[in-house]
Ligand binder design. Structure first.
Ligand SMILES: Cc1cc2nc3c(=O)[nH]c(=O)nc-3n(C[C@H](O)[C@H](O)[C@H](O)COP(=O)(O)OP(=O)(O)OC[C@H]3O[C@@H](n4cnc5c(N)ncnc54)[C@H](O)[C@@H]3O)c2cc1C
Length: 403
């Protein structure tokens, strides 16, 4: 392509992370010629616990077959109170089969998920893939996306999937609201000598959860939420000191531990866009919302965003309407607001109840976990809502193709 090239597109997705890749595939499968702009996502050592509805969407789009061998089922979830507090919660265990599922979620390394989505994109002739960065978006009746290479693309709908520092969000004039937590998350993947039996174990500590999430074979991913000073200390430990530390924190339930290369370090915050769409730009994934990695909600929300905007755009296209017009964008904003707000509230409540040194709050948290453990109906309702939110189920998540 020459630098001065001008292109037109019906839909442009900006950002080739997991949310953007899924949005591009869903739009293209729905019959909308789509351009996907973004350099291949940088190597990511994080993993994602994909809830069953997200897996259904990937199955519907024929992507799951490329993921399956890299994903481990989370058949049970164990929560253990590892605080030294006066009021400690009893240990709780949740089994997916109790709500008729083989697993609550499937944990997969982001690099495998992204590779599977990228491979599927390459096989779709209705997606034009441009490996480049967007530097600006010029507002107009039909906005123009300007790439680093000088290429300019005018588009009827722009899906901003360009992550936490979104250029699309800034171009749409959308602000974020939110807050920071006095916590950092450290992530790494490990090999271990004892099997995890497909059980995800979460130790609740005074500074946040320490979570072991199964990966295929004798491997697991770890998310360790600690205060900033402790995060700095752990971050600078050499491998063998960190391995001993993890073994101690996990009470050796997985036996001897060896670290895989690569460590992640993330300050914890909540950020939510004041609007999810404006000026022909719809925000999806971390461009629209950022959550602490507690309860495995972030990317599952991002995939629901992607499935929703694709569904609304395809519907408008079929009816001969404007796929990036105000009606589609306003429906998108309304449909995503409730889901994102509810998940943010739940994750925040869980995190704050852990951090609180206030005895009644600790008591209430312990009582909540006790009731969930003992009262079958409540436990099943909470499990259902955690993996399969009733209020937000785009068609792809129900197994219905957009074609
Ligand atoms: C420690 C940790 C653990 C987590 N665990 C889970 C979990 O178990 N389950 C879950 O659901 N979620 C989890 N999350 C959240 C999840 O990782 C994120 O929600 C997800 O990665 C966001 O994906 P995304 O595609 O929206 O954004 P990103 O992955 O950030 O992708 C954005 C892409 O846009 C590109 N980009 C940026 N700017 C431009 C530009 N100007 N032009 C073109 N491209 C651009 C970037 O290069 C990048 O490739 C976790 C998060 C953390 C921090």
């Amino acid at each position: 392509m020459t630098h001065a090239e001008r292109l037109t597109a019906k839909a442009v997705v900006v950002g080739a992370g997991p949310s953007g890749l899924l949005a591009a595939i869903a739009l293209a499968e729905g019959g909308i010629a789509t351009t996907l702009v973004g350099n291949p996502a940088p190597s990511d050592h994080r993993t994602t616990a994909l809830m069953s509805a997200s897996v259904t969407a990937l199955e519907t789009l024929s992507v799951w077959d490329l993921c399956r061998q890299h994903a481990a089922p989370l058949a049970a979830l164990r929560i253990a109170d590892d605080t030294a507090r006066l009021l400690r919660a009893p240990e709780a265990r949740f089994e997916a089969r109790e709500i008729g599922l083989p697993a609550f979620a499937y944990n997969i390394e982001n690099r495998h998920l992204v590779a599977a989505l990228e491979a599927h994109v390459r096989g779709l002739p209705t997606i034009r893939r441009i490996e480049d960065n967007v530097t600006a978006i010029e507002a107009a009746d039909t906005p123009v996306i300007v790439l680093e290479s000088g290429i300019r693309i005018s588009a009827e709908l722009i899906v901003g999937a360009d992550g936490a520092r979104s250029v699309c969000r800034a171009a749409a004039g959308i602000e974020m609201t939110g807050w920071q937590y006095p916590q950092h998350a450290l992530t790494f993947n490990i090999r271990h000598t004892r099997p995890h039996h497909d059980i995800s174990t979460e130790f609740h500590t005074e500074s946040g959860p320490f979570t072991l999430v199964p990966l295929p074979g004798l491997r697991s991913s770890i998310v360790c939420v600690v205060d900033p000073a402790e995060a700095q200390r752990l971050r600078h430990l050499d491998d063998s000191a960190l391995e001993s530390e993890i073994e101690a924190r996990s009470h050796s339930i997985l036996g001897k531990i060896t670290l895989d290369p690569g460590r992640g370090f993330f300050p914890l915050a909540v950020e939510t866009a004041k609007r999810f769409a404006a000026g022909r730009i719809a925000l999806v994934g971390e461009a629209a919302h950022r959550l602490p990695p507690i309860g495995a909600q972030g990317l599952n929300l991002g995939l629901r965003d992607a499935a929703t905007i694709a569904e609304l755009a395809v519907e408008a296209d079929r009816a001969g309407g404007d796929i990036g017009g105000s009606e589609v964008l306003s429906r998108y904003d309304t449909q995503r607001r409730t889901d994102v707000t509810a998940r943010t509230f739940a994750v925040d409540l869980l995190n704050r109840s852990l951090l609180s040194g206030f005895l009644p709050v600790q008591g209430a948290r312990g009582l909540g976990i006790y009731l969930m453990n003992r009262v079958g109906g409540l436990r099943r309702a909470v499990m259902h809502e955690g993996v399969d939110p009733a209020a937000a189920k785009p068609r792809l998540m129900r197994g219905e193709a957009l074609r």
